[in-house]
Design a protein around this ligand. Structure first.
Ligand code: ZN
Length: 326
């Protein structure tokens, strides 16, 4: 009986072990399926959020490239390109020139920076090429208030002034005081003749002028205010000067005198428009030019710039009126 009872107990125990092993195998199988599934779901969610972040970053890179290189971005389409392509699409040379322009702009609008405008009247002449060569050597831009000269040898000089980034302004076509200052009509005729002449040669429609002798000249038979009104109607801005190099005098003026005239007056103003002449008999002006540029460039917080639409004009007549008003 005891043996029979033992056998029964053994069978029961074995069945239990088999059942336990069966459960264990099923558990292991379930886990073998469940764990990778859960891992897959977690990884899937993570992948989704990483993709979202990547898209946001791509959008940011694209915005940056719009600022620096609009042309490049026009060619980019869709959001699928990788970031490397977008970054390499940015032309770094454009970036450099943008930064340089920004730096110059900053100086230009900085009230603490002295702006010096080199202006040359009466050209072109046999000295124009030399003046342009010197300006190019120092990478300095100036302003030329020119007259009408029809000789073949001068024609290319108007174009060279424009091509090399200088400002072309109008002085007068004939530069004959007794003709241009006879009436508003004669002045208007002379100036529109010059404007057309310069447009034909350079493609530039000049919007800057300087009166021969300045707006404060005592020669004109017409009230200068009438001529100024005419220029206003034509939307032409006239510029006088606050620093004279002294080279207008008919007699000889030395290089040293020109330099001294300019350099003693320069510290007085934040905006300096220097009057000089581009004429065949003004050799000392050409000789003084390199030293003048070097001495101006050596001054602190000072830049040499050409006249532009943003330049606040120095006007003898208007300035006098303002002083009277005050
Ligand atoms: Zn002149």
């Amino acid at each position: 009986m005891t043996t029979v009872g033992d056998d029964a107990a053994n069978r029961l125990a074995r069945r239990k072990r088999v059942q336990f092993l069966k459960k264990l195998i099923i558990f292991i199988l379930v886990m073998a399926i469940l764990i990778p599934t859960i891992l897959c779901i977690i990884l899937g969610v993570q992948l989704h959020s990483v993709r979202k972040e990547l898209k946001e970053l791509q959008a940011q890179v694209k915005e940056t490239s719009v600022i620096y290189s609009a042309d490049e971005v026009e060619e980019e389409t869709g959001a699928e390109e990788n970031t490397d392509d977008l970054v390499s699409g940015v032309d770094t040379s454009d970036l450099d020139s943008d930064l340089t322009d920004d730096a110059t702009d900053e100086l230009l609008y900085d009230e603490n920076v002295r702006k010096v405008y080199l202006t040359f009247d009466d050209g072109p002449s046999s000295n124009t090429e030399q003046i342009l060569d010197i300006l190019a050597e120092y990478d300095v831009k100036a302003t030329f208030f020119v007259v009408g000269k029809e000789e073949e040898k001068y024609q290319a000089l108007y174009k060279r002034i424009v091509d090399e980034g200088h400002t072309l302004g109008m002085h007068s076509y004939s530069h004959k005081y007794d003709e241009i200052y006879q009436s508003v009509d004669s002045y208007a005729q002379d100036m529109s003749k010059l404007q057309e002449f310069l447009y034909d040669l350079t493609g530039v429609e000049c919007k800057f002028a300087r009166f021969p002798g300045g707006s404060s000249n005592a020669v004109s038979k017409v009230d200068m205010r009438e001529l100024i009104d005419y220029l206003d109607e034509q939307e032409i801005v006239y510029f006088d000067w606050n620093i004279s190099s002294g080279d207008a005098s008919s007699g000889y003026i030395s290089t040293d005198e020109i330099l001294t005239n300019c350099m003693t007056q320069l510290p007085q103003y934040k905006e300096c428009i220097i009057l000089m002449h581009d004429a065949s008999n003004k050799d000392t002006t050409v000789e003084a030019l390199p030293m003048l540029i070097e001495q101006i460039q050596a001054m602190e917080d000072t830049i040499i710039v050409p006249i532009t639409e943003d330049t606040e004009p120095i006007q003898h007549i208007r300035n006098d009126e303002r002083m009277e008003d005050n």
